[in-house]
Design a binder for this molecule. Structure first.
Ligand code: SF4
Ligand code: SF4
Length: 254
């Protein structure tokens, strides 16, 4: 076996794996970390600490704009500079277990989403990642990919991550490269900083007068519902910006 091995599995294929306190590699997967966070991960983690998304982002994450995509990239700030431990790991394991990010739940599987250029259909692939440091495969319990997803509570994560991937794919298809500044700011705030976005909406600082997306009641709507709204709003704005560019290009040709 190589130090790292990838095997593609179907939903009903099975694999042997168990992770438990006391295993010789306990916590080994929580260091040397580049942990990307999706918007729903941020919602769950900020709830875990009962703090705002704004404070969570400030305290625990690094953010930059991806040079290729022009989209925000949010990663967890490691707790140290040498071993790059996750800021949430403790001697007893994950300190945010009930709200741990989707990639931690999915491990040792990775879930890859892609859209066919020909048919437009979305497809999901699962890869089993067998890394040398992880001993969970030795004498592990046999289960299917489907059972693993259920057992790890991944359904709400996958639903929201898929919606995010749709909007990212739409952006990359219609506006390759950086977004116009205002739209880039909307993408960042509406999708990654739900509490700040709610506040901006309440203060009337985001113009939603022309949106066709149904506006939720801002005072009572849950963070998850607000994120669903935000994803649709950003998709609508991306289509709008792409249409404007096409019209401007056509005017230039006349
Ligand atoms: S969030 Fe939890 S499981 Fe994920 S890397 Fe950090 S400590 Fe490990
Ligand atoms: S078995 Fe794998 S996932 Fe579990 S603690 Fe060890 S390295 Fe991490």
């Amino acid at each position: 076996m190589t130090s790292e091995e990838l095997t593609e599995l179907a939903l009903d294929d099975s694999f042997r794996f168990s992770c438990y306190p006391g295993i010789s590699c306990f916590n080994a997967c929580c260091r040397a970390l580049t942990q990307f966070l999706m918007p729903y991960d941020i919602l769950r983690l900020k709830e875990n600490f009962s703090i705002s998304s704004t404070l969570f982002l400030e305290r625990y994450t690094s953010r930059h704009i991806g040079p290729q995509t022009g989209l925000p990239v949010v990663t967890l700030k490691p707790a140290d500079k040498i071993f790059l431990w996750c800021p949430f790991v403790t001697q007893d394991g994950c300190g945010v277990y009930d709200n741990r990010p989707s990639s931690c739940r999915m491990y040792p599987l990775a879930r890859l989403l892609s859209r066919s250029r020909e048919t437009g259909d979305l497809s999901v692939r699962y890869m089993l990642l067998n890394e040398a440091h992880c001993h969970g495969f030795e004498n592990g319990r046999r289960q299917t990919v489907r059972e693993w997803i259920e057992h790890q509570g991944l359904a709400p994560y996958n639903e929201m991550n898929d919606a995010m991937m749709e909007v990212i794919a739409l952006k990359n298809q219609l506006i390759p490269g950086p977004l116009p500044r205002e739209l880039a700011e909307l993408f960042d705030t509406a999708l990654y900083d739900v509490d700040r976005f709610r506040q901006l909406l309440l203060e009337g600082k985001v113009d939603v007068s022309k949106t066709a997306v149904a506006m939720p009641g801002l005072k009572e709507v849950s963070d998850v519902e607000l994120l669903r709204f935000s994803i649709k709003l950003v998709a609508e704005r991306i289509r709008g910006a792409a249409n404007v560019s096409v019209k401007q290009a056509n005017v230039g040709r006349e």
